[in-house]
Design a protein around this ligand. Structure first.
Ligand code: NAP
Length: 261
């Protein structure tokens, strides 16, 4: 059995929708205090209320914050400490994935992608460092992607760059924070059913299903369960690692490999 995370405090950026909400639901269900963040206050308040109804004894609340702003991430950390007195787990999950072909991608497209996905993750971790050090067993869990570290997809060169950059950040952060008992790991989701993914259209979703050995898209809670494992005391010796959760999507050597089973 794993040591319960009951009573621990978990922050999930971008926890108001999609994968982040799935992560928040799993931690809340396990009795942790959960704080979710996002930029849209109405969506965030509603998500916290919904998550609180299925919580296992801990509090669930929302803080409006843009991870691309250092002032916002600092205020987020302050608010979490006021509410809960500390933090045990930081899930830097907030991210965006608007597509843009390389030929027409603008400087603003690149700045926005790297600003939210890379700078946002770094600022989030930085803001919570004193609190994570204070616990002596802090956990940082980054939501990267298979896109970038393992695969590519037309229109997402800047997205892939951002998700691979998160792993570069992770490796050095893991070394710097190891003396404080803090682990820094990343989850690399494949195609997970979320509001953001649904926006890409039915054709995209069906083509992805066909490319996944498990023949289905992932559920947000399946990312949550991976995060919960990395947050346990028993995962204390795992740091600087990336965990692919993709139903086997990156495995086939060619699309034809899928036809032979
Ligand atoms: P989603 O459904 O679009 O949800 C994104 C969440 O992030 C929302 O809560 C959103 O809230 C928040 N967010 C976006 N920009 C933000 C910002 N600047 N500051 C604070 N919060 C922000 O996306 P998702 O599919 O769950 O993706 C979540 C993460 O998983 C991303 O990092 C993504 O790259 C990664 N991922 C997703 C998939 C997939 O298949 N879905 C696969 C691999 C990796 P607001 O809009 O209110 O700010």
């Amino acid at each position: 059995m794993f040591t319960p995370v009951e009573g621990r405090t978990v922050v999930v950026t971008g926890g108001t929708r999609g994968i982040g909400k799935g992560i928040a639901r799993v931690f809340a269900g396990a009795g942790a205090n959960v704080v979710v963040t996002g930029r849209d206050a109405a969506v965030g308040e509603a998500a916290a209320e919904e998550l609180a109804q299925k919580a296992g004894g801990g509090a669930v609340s929302f803080v409006v914050a843009d991870v691309a702003s250092a002032a916002d991430t600092a205020r987020l950390a302050e608010t979490v400490l006021e509410r809960h007195g500390g933090v045990d787990v930081v899930c830097a999950n907030a991210g965006i994935f608007p597509s843009a072909p390389l030929a027409t991608m603008t400087e603003a497209d690149i700045d926005e992608m790297l600003g939210v996905n890379v700078k946002g993750a770094i600022l989030t971790v930085q803001a919570f460092l004193p609190a994570l050090k204070a616990t002596g067993r802090g956990r940082v869990i980054l939501t990267s992607s298979i896109t970038g570290p393992h695969t590519g997809y037309p229109g997402w060169s800047h997205y892939g760059a951002s998700k691979a950059a998160m792993l570069g950040f992770m490796r050095t952060a893991a070394i710097e924070l190891a003396p404080h008992g803090i682990t820094v790991n990343a989850i690399l989701p494949g195609n997970i059913i979320t509001e953001g993914l649904a926006d890409l259209g039915e054709d995209y979703l069906r083509s992805m299903e066909a490319a996944i050995p498990m023949r289905r898209l992932g559920e947000v809670e399946e990312i949550g369960h991976a995060a919960l494992f990395l947050a346990t005391d028993e995962a204390a010796y795992i740091t600087g690692q990336s965990l692919v959760v993709d139903g086997g999507q990156i495995l086939p050597e060619t699309p034809a490999a899928m036809d032979d089973v």
